[in-house]
Structures are given as structure tokens and as C-alpha cells.
Design a protein around this ligand. Structure first.
Ligand code: NAP
Length: 278
């Protein structure tokens, strides 16, 4: 069965719109601030999509564009200013930023209560001890998809391929919090195929087109494809060989139309949560 992330994300956005309408009646309008430093075409597209989603739901959106030569001090001052503004509930620093800047210091400066990306160490730490926190949007979206399709992860063997701070590690933590038995693979893992073959749930988040092939998949496994890659023809493809893996998987997410739309929906959900908790 194909997991329809696009449809699910639309449903989530519709219910968020109702929630925001109600919040506005009580005098609260959720607002997201997005910081972008330097020119990056891909980032521009991502930010445009986020702004569109905000508009649709009724979340206010303010963009802060800084030029390529922005100093670390200026970036930190901007974050401090946004932290202090009561009308702003969520702050997002769009990556990548120019190499001369320290992105970790910048993420760490964002007030954890406005950290709608879930990258602040306080939120990462809370997730790891199972406390309520802002969960990074892609892992959060994956967990919502599993829940919506009634895929119970408890006691299941889950294999996550990729250990980035934004996808691999937090999704592994979310699965562990829901009592899956989790293995994380990365570029130094030996014999990945053998590890993946044992999985009831596979999360492919490594950024290598069609890396996960049908021979690696156990019959009936659930396969979540996080990868966004462009093939030679410029077409979007995931990390999974969808055409062949689909025949063995019980559930599979497509690219596009799977994890991607859920990521934006969960960002919106985090902004609403931030506004409610402020
Ligand atoms: P990343 O920071 O580059 O991390 C990639 C991870 O994959 C690393 O942990 C790396 O291992 C591992 N890896 C790389 N090559 C491997 C190999 N041959 N075998 C096993 N592991 C390997 O990437 P990311 O930010 O997590 O993103 C991963 C993919 O998801 C990308 O395609 C990205 O575009 C996509 N993405 C999609 C969404 C969405 O909303 N759908 C959101 C975020 C990211 P090491 O740690 O050992 O280097």
C-alpha cells in the first residue's frame, strides 16, 4: 500500500487552519519568522513553500533576508531580537548558511520555546528522555504517517539508514520512544543489506538515489523513503528503488508525495504548538 503523505498533510493543514481560526478569536495569531542568509536557490524554494503553507493556514510569516557577508555577531543579534519579540512564536534558521558562520551557535541561541525545528539541545535532550518537546519536523512527520496508517512500531525491528541530527538520529529516538528495537546504519556500517533484511520498518535517510533495493527488503516490511535526490533527467527520486521495493513492502512512501509534504505540515503544527504554549 502506498502511504499518501500529500493527502495526510492536507488533512493536518485543514485541522490546523480550524485551530488557528479559533486561536485568532481569542486574540492569538501564530507567527513564524524565517531567517535566510546568502543566496541559495533550493532554500528559496523551501522558504517559499513554507510561506505558502503559513498563508493557507492563517499563520503570519515574516522573512529576514541577510546578505552573504553577514557576520556571526549580526546573525546572533537578529536571533536575540526575534527571541524578544512577543508577536513571534517560531524562529527558523534556513540551512545552509555561509561557511564562515557557526550554524550550531546560531541554532543554540534560538529560544527553545520558539525552536519549531526542534534543533536546540534542550529539545533534543527532552526527546531523548521522553519529555514533551519540539520534535524535528521530518521525524515528527514520519511518526504521524505511521500513526495515521495504524502501523504499530512496538516490538518491531526498525532500521534507520542515516544518522544526521535532523533526520536519522531523531527518528531513531522517536521509534525507540515507541518501543521499537532500533538499529542505526551509516556510512561505516558493514554489510548494510544484511542489517536491513531483518527490518520490519526501514527508514531510508541517506541521500543516495535508489540505494535501498528489493533484495534488501523483507517481505511485508514498511518502507519510509526520506531521500530527496535528482536523477540524471532532473527528476526527483528517493533513496529507495520504489518500483521494485513496492512489490515486497506492505507500506511504502513515494517521492515526491510522501515524507516531504508531511515535513512542512509538522512545521506548521510546531508553530501552532509554540503559539499555544507561549
Ligand atoms: P546528511 O546530513 O547528509 O546525512 C546522511 C546520512 O546518511 C549520514 O549519517 C551518512 O553517514 C549516511 N550515509 C551516507 N551514505 C551512506 C551509505 N552509502 N551507506 C550508509 N549510510 C550512508 O543527510 P540528511 O540531512 O539526513 O538527509 C538525508 C536525505 O533526506 C537527503 O536526501 C535529504 O535531501 C533528505 N531530506 C528530506 C527531507 C524531507 O522533508 N523529505 C527532510 C530532510 C532531509 P555518516 O554519518 O557516516 O556520514
Amino acid at each position: 500500500m502506498i502511504i499518501n503523505g500529500k493527502e495526510l498533510a492536507e488533512n493536518i493543514r485543514s485541522s490546523l487552519k480550524l485551530e488557528v481560526d479559533n486561536m485568532k478569536k481569542q486574540g492569538i495569531t501564530p507567527k513564524l519568522a524565517v531567517i535566510m542568509v546568502g543566496d541559495n536557490k533550493a532554500s528559496e524554494v523551501y522558504v517559499r513553500n513554507k510561506s505558502k503553507a503559513c498563508n493557507e493556514i492563517g499563520i503570519e510569516f515574516e522573512e529576514f533576508l541577510k546578505d552573504e557577508n553577514t557576520s556571526q555577531k549580526e546573525l546572533i543579534e537578529l536571533i536575540d531580537m526575534l527571541n524578544s519579540r512577543n508577536d513571534i512564536h517560531g524562529i527558523l534558521l534556513q540551512s545552509p548558511i555561509p561557511k564562515h558562520l557557526d550554524i550550531r551557535e546560531a541554532f543554540n541561541r534560538i529560544n527553545p520555546k520558539k525552536d519549531v525545528d526542534g534543533f536546540h539541545p534542550i529539545n533534543v535532550g527532552k526527546l531523548s528522555i521522553g519529555e514533551d518537546s519540539f520534535i524535528s519536523c521530518t521525524p515528527y512527520g514520519i511518526m504521524k504517517m505511521l500513526e495515521a496508517y495504524h502501523i504499530n512500531v512496538e516490538g518491531k525491528r526498525a532500521v534507520v539508514i542515516g544518522r544526521s541530527n535532523i533526520v536519522g538520529k531523531p527518528v531513531a529516538q522517536c521509534l525507540l520512544n515507541q518501543n521499537a528495537t532500533v538499529t542505526i546504519c551509516h556510512s561505516r556500517t558493514q554489510d548494510i543489506a544484511k542489517v536491513v533484511q531483518e527490518a520490519d520498518i526501514v527508514i531510508a535517510a541517506l541521500g543516495k538515489p535508489k540505494f535501498v533495493t528489493a533484495d534488501m527488503i523483507k517481505e511485508g516490511a514498511v518502507v519510509i523513503d526520506v531521500g530527496i535526490n535528482r536523477n540524471e533527467e532532473g527528476k526527483l527520486v528517493g533513496d529507495v528503488d520504489f518500483e521494485n521495493v513496492e512489490k515486497k513492502a506492505s507500506y511504502i512512501t513515494p517521492v515526491p508525495g510522501g515524507v516531504g509534504p508531511m515535513t512542512i505540515a509538522m512545521l506548521m503544527s510546531n508553530v501552532v504548538k509554540a503559539a499555544k504554549e507561549m
